[in-house]
Design a protein. Structure first.
Length: 251
């Protein structure tokens, strides 16, 4: 456990000591700011029965832009930079297992990802106080949103860690992760908008749709099927990462 925590601190330290980490936070806050401006305009023009989390995370595209754009940037350096700097061999020859390395890098990336969202949560709470409409920020909806941010973020981050393990180029790792993330979101969006009534495959894809999951989370509905899906996807891509590292370790 001591080695694992040391590796996690190393990942977080690398994120905060590089310009990339601050760029990620800036992108998150910039895009979130545009989303909040849209929310304020809606609140000023018409009364809306929908809570703020549902308007921001379910009805808008800001969350998906932040997720798809920042997760590749966060994870591109996890393994690719180690290979480019020549520290990968030193890391893998130390008395640590592949799973410890993979989980530590994933945990460090997840922790930084969640921290980058922390200012936005504070802004939403402040917006609730300014509008004097407590119903706009339902506590159950916020719990669902936080769960959705963590679960869906875990899936996209695990994809990024896997992409980084395949190459020594951070740009290639980021582009690979970006393309997979866009593909997953596009497929989910297509099936979420399609009429799946009476279509068994359509209903199945709807259950696997990340956009549909976020809509439920934003309404405060935490579906066990969504949790199992994202845990399974995260484990699957981390398992692939471990296999890639294991194969390269024995070459």
């Amino acid at each position: 456990m001591g080695v694992f925590l040391t590796l996690v601190r190393r990942e977080l330290g690398a994120a905060f000591n590089s310009l990339t980490g601050y760029v990620v936070v800036a992108i998150t806050l910039l895009l979130a700011g545009f989303g909040l401006m849209d929310i304020v305009q809606r609140l000023n023009s018409d009364r809306t029965p929908s809570p703020i989390p549902e308007i921001f995370f379910a009805d808008g595209i800001v969350f998906w832009l932040v997720l798809i754009l920042t997760t590749p940037v966060i994870t591109m350096r996890t393994f690719a930079s180690e290979k480019a700097l020549g520290t990968y061999e030193a890391l893998m020859t130390t008395p640590v297992g592949e799973w410890q390395v993979v989980l530590a890098k994933f945990t460090g990336s997840l922790a930084f990802y969640l921290l980058s969202w922390a200012p936005l949560i504070g802004v939403l709470v402040a917006l609730r106080q300014v509008t004097h409409q407590p119903q706009l920020l339902d506590p159950w909806a916020m719990c669902g949103v936080l769960t959705g941010i963590a679960c869906i973020g875990s899936t996209f981050l695990s994809i990024g860690v896997f992409a980084s393990s395949l190459t020594r180029s951070q740009i290639i790792a980021a582009m690979t992760s970006l393309l997979i993330g866009i593909g997953l979101w596009t497929i989910s969006l297509r099936f979420s908008q399609a009429d799946t009534t009476g279509d068994r495959l359509g209903r199945l894809m709807d259950h696997l749709s990340v956009t549909h999951h976020m809509q439920d989370f934003a309404r405060g509905v935490i579906d066990g099927r969504a949790l199992v899906f994202h845990l399974s996807m995260t484990f699957f891509f981390l398992f692939l990462t471990q296999r890639v590292i294991e194969m390269r370790r024995w070459k």
